[in-house]
Design a protein around this ligand. Structure first.
Ligand SMILES: Cc1cc2nc3c(=O)[nH]c(=O)nc-3n(C[C@H](O)[C@H](O)[C@H](O)COP(=O)(O)OP(=O)(O)OC[C@H]3O[C@@H](n4cnc5c(N)ncnc54)[C@H](O)[C@@H]3O)c2cc1C
Length: 301
């Protein structure tokens, strides 16, 4: 039986693991991969970005540290987490049952796909998620934001502060009933293609245009330097849906110490009810969750 099992090896889970190791907890990290979304980095034509730190650098240094400490992690998909005696049982898709006194859920979110021709080919080559992470690179450039909800509106608004022009493809009617919506509708550098659907992504080495279908069925093409899918994010919280309280959109409810409503279950990063989806915010959440778990476990250590 472990003291602590951490589900998810993205920024939140890796940070939680490092903190738990430092506290000398008997900890196991179970994840489908190491790095999570921090492994993604979109290439944009003619842009040589040299950020101070890339997510992948953080992942690599954490991986090296885990290996240096001889720490065993399991690459596996977790199917469900449930109560077991005084602790918890983590069931993997392969049928393993791992027991722990406490668990941290750091399983992130899923991005919705467009499911159109060209999407797979150009993903991370001009087509990506998280427009707000790249907006600073779009001075003098044109961007397409694809989505029909608040996330798309916010992404378009942030992008429009920097980019020459933004095409917002998808949103309809009431989504615009907000100060942000009004601002976008009247912005000179924003074209709103209301109710339009992307039916194809095309380009050369990079995505260069999307083919869109109007509500009346008319087909046209929109060219840009970058394309961003900004549809509702789906939290990977199904594994604890029967165990802890979730927000209406599926995020795990946590308090300011990353505790869920169930003592011994903690959550961190994008899967939790966090303010924004960012690497550093997820890492901070992971650190807090690990320290909260440690405080919870301390009387029995
Ligand atoms: C294209 C792109 C670019 C981005 N750029 C930036 C940027 O420049 N700056 C920035 O701050 N943020 C950026 N972000 C956002 C940032 O990557 C995320 O906010 C951050 O990775 C969230 O960390 P996390 O640990 O909560 O979740 P994730 O990174 O999503 O990690 C979740 C982990 O859980 C694992 N997992 C999921 N389900 C299961 C399961 N059932 N069983 C086992 N393991 C599971 C996954 O394999 C993964 O390892 C970007 C995101 C994207 C998509």
């Amino acid at each position: 039986m472990y003291d602590l099992i951490i589900v998810g090896g993205g920024p939140a889970g890796l940070t939680a693991t490092m903190y738990a190791l430092r506290k000398r907890l008997n900890v196991l990290l179970v994840s489908k991969d190491l790095g999570g979304q921090a492994n993604y980095h979109m290439a944009i034509p003619s842009v040589e970005e040299q950020p101070a730190a890339l997510g992948i650098d953080m992942v690599d240094s954490f991986k090296a540290e885990l290996e240096r400490q001889g720490f065993a992690y399991q690459i596996a998909a977790v199917k469900q987490v449930c109560r077991h005696c005084d602790g918890f049982a983590v069931h993997t898709e392969e049928g393993a049952v791992l027991l722990a006194a406490a668990v941290i859920i750091a399983s992130g979110v899923q991005h919705q796909r467009l499911n159109v021709p060209g999407e797979e080919k150009y993903l991370m080559r001009g087509l990506s998620y998280s427009a707000v992470s790249y907006a600073h690179l779009f001075g003098g450039r044109t961007a397409v934001i694809i989505g029909d909800g608040k996330l798309a509106l916010r992404s378009a608004a942030e992008m429009a502060l920097v980019a020459d022009h933004v095409h917002l493809v998808g949103p309809v009617g009431r989504v615009f009933d907000s100060p942000l919506g009004n601002k976008l509708r009247s912005a000179e550098n924003v074209t709103t293609l209301e109710g339009y659907q992307v039916v194809e992504v095309s380009g050369d080495d990079y995505a260069r245009s999307v083919v869109v279908k109007a509500p009346d069925g008319g087909i046209s093409r929109v060219k840009a330097d970058g394309f961003f899918i900004e549809m509702v994010l789906i939290p990977n919280s199904q594994i604890v849906a029967d165990l802890v309280d979730l927000e209406p959109k599926g995020h795990i409810q946590i308090d300011e110490r990353n505790r869920t409503n169930v003592p011994g279950v903690f959550a961190a990063g994008d899967v939790s009810d966090t303010y924004v989806e960012r690497v550093l915010v997820a890492m901070g959440g992971g650190a807090k969750a690990a320290l909260s778990a440690y405080a919870y476990l301390l009387p029995s250590l």
